[in-house]
Design a protein around this ligand. Structure first.
Ligand code: C2E
Ligand code: MG
Ligand code: MG
Length: 716
C-alpha cells in the first residue's frame, strides 16, 4: 500500500500525544554506564531512542534495534542518513539542524529502511543534548507503519463508500431515532424535490402519506427493538410538487460503539414503473382484452369470495350464464371483426343493465356470466334476466347493417342449486342450454331434471363423433309430389341416426350439436355423397330420374371445401348436376348476403339447383331471395299446419304462392298432412307438396317401391 508520508490527518496530533517525549536538558546516557533506572525505562518504553553525534550513531535503544532489525554493532559509527529514504533526507536534515540550535523539533515523519529492506514509517522528534561532553542529537520515535496503513485503509474505505453513496442510483438516507433526516445522498433529495438545506433535519413523515405514517413508524420501531434490518418495504413517497413515487426501501439500525441503536440508515429505490407494469400484468391477467370485462380467472375469485361471505351472512345470490344466440353465424359470415364489435357492444349493454355491485365477466367466445348479490327470491333474478334480454335484442349496427341479436340465459341460485363455484357455474350453464332448446331468447332456472337432459346432450356429442365410422347414420327419403300430375318430381334426403345406447336420435336433437362441434362438415360430405350415389342407383334400377334435395347447414356453406365436395359427389356418382337441389334456410343467407351471393353463385355455376327451406320463418323478402338465383321456395310447415282453420296462415301461404309465381319459383308446401290442406294448396296453385299425407321419410328400398308406383304415365 502506498503511504503518503506527509499526509496530514487528525491522527497526527493524537500520535504526538502518545509520543510526549520531553526534551532532555542534560546528558543522562552513557552507553555503558546507564543507571539501572534509566536502563529499565529505556528498555520498557515503547519509544525507540538513539543518539547521534557527528553524524554517527553513538547510542541506539533496544527497541530501536528491535524495530530496525539492526544491532548496536551494526549501527554504531554509521551515518543515520544512510537509513533514510532519499526523498525524506532533506526534511530530517532540517529538523536535525533545528534541534542542534538548541530547540526541540516538532514531530515529523520519514521512511527508515530496516535491515531486511522493509520500510518503516516513523514519527520522530529530535532534541539537542550533551553527550559525553559534546553536543549530540537525541532522537525518539515511534513506528507508525501499521497505524498509517490502517489510516489509509480507513480513508480508502471512506472514499469508497462515499463514491458508492453518491454515485448509486439508490436513495440513501440516515435519520436519528425520531426519524429526522441527518444524512442523505443527492438521489434522495432530488426525488423528493428538496434542497440539501431543506431536507436536513426534516422528519421522515414529511414525505409519506398521512395514512401510512403509522405503518412507517412501526417499521422503524421494529428495527429499533429487534436491532435487525427490514428489507424491501414498499411505500409511497410524496415529493414537494405532490408527485407520488412508489418505492421499496430497507431500514438498517445505526449503532454506536457500544452497539446501541441511535438512528437508522435507509436504502431505497423507485419502483413506480415496476408497479405500473405489475398492475398492468395483473389487469391483463384478470381482464378480457376485448371487452375490458373481468375474465374467467377474476370472476372465479369474485365468486369464491361471494360464496364465503354469503355463507357467513346466510345470503343468497344468483349466477347468470349468458350465451348469445347464433353468434357463430355472425362470426362465420361477417368475419371476426364484426364479431368483436358485437361482443364489445353487448359487454357495454350488460354493464349498463346492471347495478354497480353486480359483476359481469366474459368467459370467452360469446359467453358472459353475471353474478347478482342479495337475491332474496328467484323473481329478482328473473327481472334482471328479462332486462338483459330486452337490452340485448335492441337493434345493433354492425358493419353498417342493423341486426337483432338475442341471448339465452341460464340461472343458478346459491345455496339452493349449488354451494360451490364449479357446481354453480355448471348448473347455470345447463340451464342456459335448456333456454337454447326452448327456442333461444329466454331464460331458464336450473332444476334437477335439466341435469339429465344436459347429460343427454353431452352424450350426443360424444357418440356423434363415432357415428360415421360406426355406420350409425343413414338417409331416409321423402317424396315431393306435383299437385297437377300427382307424380313424384323430387325427393328430400333426411338424416337418421340410430345409436346403440341413445336409440334413435332425431335431426333436431343432433344437428345443432353437429353444427356447434363442427362434425357437420364430415357428416355433410357423407350425406352429399350418399344421396347422389343413391339417386344414381335408382336410375340404374330403371327408375325415373328425380330431383334429389339435400339440406345444407350454415357451417357447410361457410366451409371452403363445399364446392369441391359437391363436385366430387356429382362426379363420383355420375348424377346430373341439375338433379341435385341444395336446401338452405333464409337466416343462413341473410346474415351475410354479399358473401352468400358469391357462394350460391358458385353452386349455381355447377348447374345445381337451390331451394329456400322453411320459408316465411325468417325476415327475408321475396325480392331479396331473387338475388340468390333460387329455384324453389319451401313454405314452412308452421303455416301449413293450421290450414284451413287459421285465416292468417292461409293468407300468408296464399301470398307466398302468388308472389313466388311471377318470380318463377317452384313453390313447395312442407308438412302436408290432411286432405283439407291439400285442397287449399291445389286451389291456390301451389306447385308441389311434401308431407305425411303422401309419404313419410322412408328407407331407400321403400322409396324405390314408392317411385315405381308413381312413374309418370307415358305422354305426361
Ligand atoms: P327440413 O329440412 O325442413 O325437413 C323437413 C322436416 O319435416 C323433416 O324432419 C321431416 O321428417 C318433417 N316432415 C315432413 N313432412 C311432415 C309432416 O307432414 N308432418 C310433420 N310433422 N313433419 C313432417 P326431420 O327429418 O326430423 O328433420 C328436421 C330438420 O333437420 C330438417 O328440416 C332439416 O332442417 C334438418 N335436417 C334433416 N336432415 C338433414 C341433413 O341431412 N342435413 C342437414 N344439414 N339438416 C338436416
Ligand atoms: Mg329441408
Ligand atoms: Mg323445412
Amino acid at each position: 500500500m502506498a503511504i503518503k508520508l506527509k499526509s496530514a490527518g487528525k491522527s497526527k496530533s493524537a500520535i504526538k500525544k502518545t509520543l510526549k517525549v520531553k526534551p532532555y536538558k542534560k546528558s543522562i546516557f552513557k552507553q555503558n554506564d546507564l543507571s539501572q533506572l534509566s536502563e529499565d525505562i529505556i528498555s520498557n518504553i515503547s519509544v525507540g531512542i538513539y543518539i547521534v553525534q557527528n553524524e554517527k550513531f553513538v547510542y541506539v535503544s533496544p527497541l530501536f534495534q528491535k524495530l530496525s532489525g539492526y544491532s548496536y554493532a551494526d549501527l554504531a559509527g554509521t551515518n543515520p542518513v544512510d537509513y533514510i529514504h532519499p526523498d525524506d533526507r532533506e526534511i530530517v536534515r532540517k529538523k536535525a539542524i533545528k534541534s542542534l540550535k538548541g530547540k526541540s523539533s516538532d514531530a515529523y515523519e520519514y521512511r527508515f529502511t530496516r535491515k531486511n529492506g522493509e520500510v518503516m514509517l516513523v514519527l520522530e522528534m529530535v532534541t539537542s543534548i550533551t553527550y559525553r561532553g559534546k553536543r549530540a542529537a537525541l532522537g525518539s520515535f515511534i513506528d507508525i507503519t501499521e497505524h498509517r496503513q490502517m489510516e489509509e485503509a480507513l480513508r480508502q474505505s471512506e472514499e469508497r463508500y462515499q463514491t458508492i453513496i453518491e454515485e448509486m442510483e439508490e436513495w440513501y438516507f440516515e435519520t436519528d431515532l425520531a426519524g429526522n433526516i441527518t444524512f442523505f445522498n443527492d438521489v434522495f433529495a432530488n426525488v423528493l424535490g428538496y434542497s440539501q438545506k431543506e431536507l436536513t433535519g426534516l422528519n421522515f413523515r414529511s414525505f409519506i402519506k398521512k395514512e401510512e405514517s403509522d405503518s412507517v413508524y412501526r417499521l422503524f420501531n421494529q428495527v429499533f427493538k429487534t436491532g435487525e434490518s427490514t428489507k424491501n418495504f414498499p411505500h409511497e413517497f410524496i415529493s414537494t410538487d405532490g408527485t407520488v413515487t412508489s418505492a421499496e426501501f430497507s431500514i438498517f439500525p445505526k449503532r454506536d460503539k457500544e452497539g446501541k441503536v441511535y438512528g437508522f440508515r435507509g436504502i431505497g429505490h423507485d419502483i413506480t414503473e415496476r408497479k405500473h407494469a405489475e398492475e398492468k400484468i395483473k389487469y391483463l391477467a384478470t381482464h378480457d382484452s376485448l371487452t375490458g370485462l373481468p375474465n374467467r380467472l377474476m370472476f372465479s375469485q369474485l365468486l369464491n369470495h361471494a360464496i364465503q361471505s354469503a355463507k357467513r351472512y346466510t345470503r343468497q345470490f344468483a349466477v347468470l350464464f349468458i350465451d348469445l344466440d347464433r353468434f357463430k353465424i355472425i362470426n362465420d359470415t361477417l368475419g371476426h371483426e364484426a364479431g368483436d364489435q358485437l361482443l364489445q357492444e353487448i359487454a357495454m349493454r350488460l354493464k349498463q343493465a346492471l347495478r354497480a355491485v353486480d359483476v359481469v365477466a366474459r368467459l370467452g367466445g360469446d359467453e358472459f356470466v353475471i353474478f347478482i348479490e342479495g337475491v332474496s327470491d328467484s323473481s329478482q333474478a328473473a327481472t334482471v334476466s328479462h332486462n338483459i334480454l330486452t337490452t340485448i335484442i335492441k337493434p345493433i349496427t354492425i358493419m353498417g347493417q342493423e341486426r337483432h341479436i338475442t341471448a339465452s340465459i341460464g340461472i343458478s341460485v346459491f345455496p339452493k342449486d349449488a354451494e360451490d363455484e364449479q357446481s354453480l357455474m355448471k348448473n347455470a350453464d345447463m340451464a342456459m342450454y335448456l333456454a337454447k332448446e326452448k327456442g333461444k331468447n329466454n331464460y331458464q332456472f336450473y332444476s334437477e331434471d335439466i341435469q339429465s337432459k344436459s347429460i343427454e346432450r353431452l352424450s350426443i356429442e360424444t357418440n356423434l363423433r363415432f357415428a360415421l365410422e360406426r355406420n350409425e347414420l343413414s338417409l331416409h327419403y321423402q317424396a315431393k309430389v306435383d299437385f297437377k300430375t300427382n307424380v313424384i318430381t323430387g325427393v328430400e334426403a333426411l338424416l337418421r341416426w340410430q345409436n346403440p345406447s341413445l336409440g334413435s336420435v332425431t335431426p333436431t336433437q343432433f344437428i345443432p350439436v353437429a353444427e356447434e362441434s363442427g362434425l357437420i362438415i364430415p357428416i355433410g360430405r357423407w350425406i352429399l355423397r350418399t344421396a347422389c350415389a343413391q339417386n344414381a342407383a335408382w336410375q340404374q334400377q330403371g327408375l325415373p330420374a328425380v330431383c334429389m334435395a339435400v339440406n345444407l347447414s350454415l357451417r357447410q356453406l361457410t366451409d371452403d371445401n363445399l364446392i369441391d365436395d359437391i363436385r366430387t359427389a356429382l362426379n363420383d356418382s355420375g348424377m346430373a348436376p341439375n338433379l341435385l337441389e341444395l336446401e338452405i334456410t333464409e337466416s343462413m343467407v341473410m346474415h351475410n348476403p354479399t358473401r352468400m351471393i358469391a357462394v350460391l353463385a358458385k353452386i349455381k355455376n355447377l348447374g345445381v339447383r337451390l331451394a329456400i327451406d322453411d320459408f316465411g320463418t325468417g325476415y327475408s323478402s321475396l325480392a331479396q331471395i331473387k338475388h340468390f338465383h333460387v329455384d324453389t321456395l319451401k313454405v314452412d310447415r308452421s303455416f301449413i299446419r293450421n290450414i284451413p282453420k287459421d285465416s292468417e296462415d292461409k293468407a300468408i301461404t296464399e301470398a307466398i304462392i302468388a308472389l313466388g309465381k311471377p318470380l318463377s319459383f317452384i313453390v313447395v308446401a312442407e308438412g302436408v298432412e290432411t286432405v283439407d290442406q291439400l285442397d287449399f294448396l291445389r286451389e291456390h296453385s301451389c306447385d308441389e307438396m311434401q308431407g305425411h299425407y303422401f309419404s313419410k321419410p322412408i328407407a331407400p328400398e321403400q322409396f324405390a317401391d314408392l317411385l315405381r308406383e308413381h312413374v309418370p304415365s307415358p305422354g305426361k
